[in-house]
Design a protein around this ligand. Structure first.
Ligand code: SF4
Length: 386
């Protein structure tokens, strides 16, 4: 059989390196494991369980990733069985075989604030269950992304492989690798239809491009119909009270024991967003304790502009402790509108996808402040948070 290599896949291994329990990533400070909520709310007890696992570390935090996953680092390498068991015991790994592929982003406030065209939470539960029920889907690449947007336009612009955009309370546009390719489905059939496209991708990948990670790499083979859908304007990302709930920013995307202990007194579960924040159901009445715990409750906070890569000691590519410098930089951050990203080297991991102020390998906080005052953005080369 003739095999063709899709554009961009020629020198790429078939397997991606996205980490999980079954495939930790070895970093300078130990193993990295990513836990995927599958687009569903996360019990606060599960966050407490994950924090117990990293409790003895110098920086015992959980990192929120740009795909709304939770990342633990500094674990023993190889990861011991009792650590794997403790992660599984949180309930966040419903199917070990599918733990790398439950990459689902859903509108975080859907069903809570009345702003979408429908409540997608039941659909997301069905989608996650359908993925976990199909052994074949465990072969999806770890970078394959499914998004479910309730019509407000907040996640449909993510770089999805299969997207769903609610059109009204009963119908949705199922988008195949691109916002202008796909078809309209009934919402009650949407989970099954999305899983069907994922299966078609796997078949096309096997036949044409074994190293493909994304639908767009085999789009011409799948040949979904043209679809004329107008994406809603991207809404602002809320921080603070929303319809009786709270959206709280997590400084540098690092969730601490103090944060989670406070959350445990307010709610049983939270929704992790892809934007370094959490939705706290019913939390609007508790902004003060949330702020006291170090979470961000107002849109003007400097923390919302500040980003940092992992840096030293976790990353061997630098001697710069980027997180320490970023924490010291926060109270002195010069005014501005662009995000500020502190990187330990020119890779600039985790940098915002759009323009940002580049604080590259600062050797001191003073140097970081000076660089943060320079509004000249670099050409970003972001990668997922590692
Ligand atoms: S930007 Fe450089 S120093 Fe920072 S995490 Fe990436 S590779 Fe490491």
């Amino acid at each position: 059989m003739c095999r063709v290599t899709a554009p961009g896949t020629r020198d790429r291994p078939a397997a991606d390196a996205c980490p999980g329990i079954t495939r930790p990533f070895a970093a300078a400070d130990g193993a990295i494991v990513r836990v995927r909520p599958g687009g569903r709310p996360v019990p606060v007890a599960a966050l407490q369980g994950l924090l117990e696992i990293v409790a003895g570390q110098e920086d015992p935090t959980l990192q929120l990733t740009s795909r709304a996953a939770l990342q633990l680092r500094g674990l023993p390498d190889p990861v011991p069985a009792d650590v794997r068991d403790a992660i599984t015991a949180t309930g966040l790994v419903p199917s070990p075989a599918h733990e790398l592929v439950r990459n689902v982003l859903a509108s975080p406030l859907s069903g809570l604030d009345g702003a979408g065209r429908c409540d997608v939470r039941p659909l997301v539960r069905d989608l996650d269950a359908a993925i976990c029920a199909d052994p074949a889907l465990a072969a999806l690449p770890g970078r394959f992304l499914l998004v479910v947007d309730d019509g407000r336009g907040d996640v449909v612009r993510e770089s999805f492989d299969v997207g769903l955009l609610a059109l009204d309370a009963g119908r949705a546009a199922l988008l195949v690798g691109s916002p202008d390719r796909g078809f309209v489905v009934d919402l009650e059939d949407a989970a099954a239809e999305m899983v069907g496209v994922a299966r078609q991708f796997l078949a096309a990948r096997a036949a044409l491009a074994p190293a493909a990670w994304h639908v767009r790499e085999v789009l011409e083979h799948l040949d979904p119909p043209r679809l004329d859908v107008t994406l809603p304007p991207a809404p602002p990302r809320p921080v603070g009270p929303v319809a009786g709930h709270a959206v709280v920013g997590v400084p540098l995307g690092l969730l601490t024991r103090r944060h989670v202990d406070t959350l445990s007194r307010l709610t049983d579960e939270v929704v992790v967003t892809p934007w370094r924040s959490l939705v706290v159901p019913g939390g609007a009445a508790a902004l003060d304790p949330l702020e006291d715990a170090g979470l961000v409750v107002a849109p003007g906070s400097r923390w919302l502009r500040l980003h940092a890569c992992t840096g030293a000691p976790g990353c061997a590519r630098t001697a710069v402790d980027t997180r320490r410098i970023a924490r010291a930089l926060a109270p002195a951050l010069p005014p501005g509108t662009l995000p500020v990203h502190v990187s330990g080297c020119e890779r600039r991991c985790g940098a915002p996808a759009s323009g940002f102020v580049d604080v590259l390998a600062p050797t001191s906080v003073t140097e970081a402040i000076a660089a943060a005052s320079d509004p000249t953005p670099p050409s970003p080369d972001p990668s997922e948070d590692r």
